[in-house]
Design a protein around this ligand. Sequence first.
Ligand code: MN
Length: 195
Amino acid sequence: MPLISLSPLPYEKTALNGFLSEQTLTFHHDKHLATYVETTNKLRVGTAFEHESIYNIIVNAREGALYNNAAQVFNHEFYFNCLSATTQEIPEELSECLKTNFGTVEVFLEKFVASAVGNFGSGWTWLVKNGDGLEIVNTQNAGNPLLYGKIPLLTVDVWEHAYYLDYQNRRADYVKAFCNHVNWAHVLACLHEAK
Ligand code: MN
């Protein structure tokens, strides 16, 4: 398998202005994610994972430095794909699914924000498909729900590097703004793939 490459952002670095600055996206994508990609390529040389995909490294390595870097590649690409330059309506099919699982869309969003705000330290807050149901889960550091057989549908990065330049210590403001910039079409596409 060729080297794992750095995927470009699916929008311009100025596209999320007002939510995330060009400076945040430049550091986050070009420095943080780029380093995880480089380190994954370096660490897998000479291991059983040298020719494996990111997904296979995650579900088979499960811990350690190579896992951490590979999972951070997955998590960041997934996160960037969860964001939209425009405010999207939640598709009917997805909002019905959220209602079935959480009561109302508003309750889901409140629980998602509360979970992300309460996720202590560095980590990720996810909407996942677990069996037939949807759940909100927190993971720490480079954690990933795939380790527990749960399929990622949506994630917000709550490492401080994701928001500190724009929001400093105000994680709640960042997560609430995140909810207005979700690519819901991507979330629905992930739900369809998970079926
Ligand atoms: Mn990050």
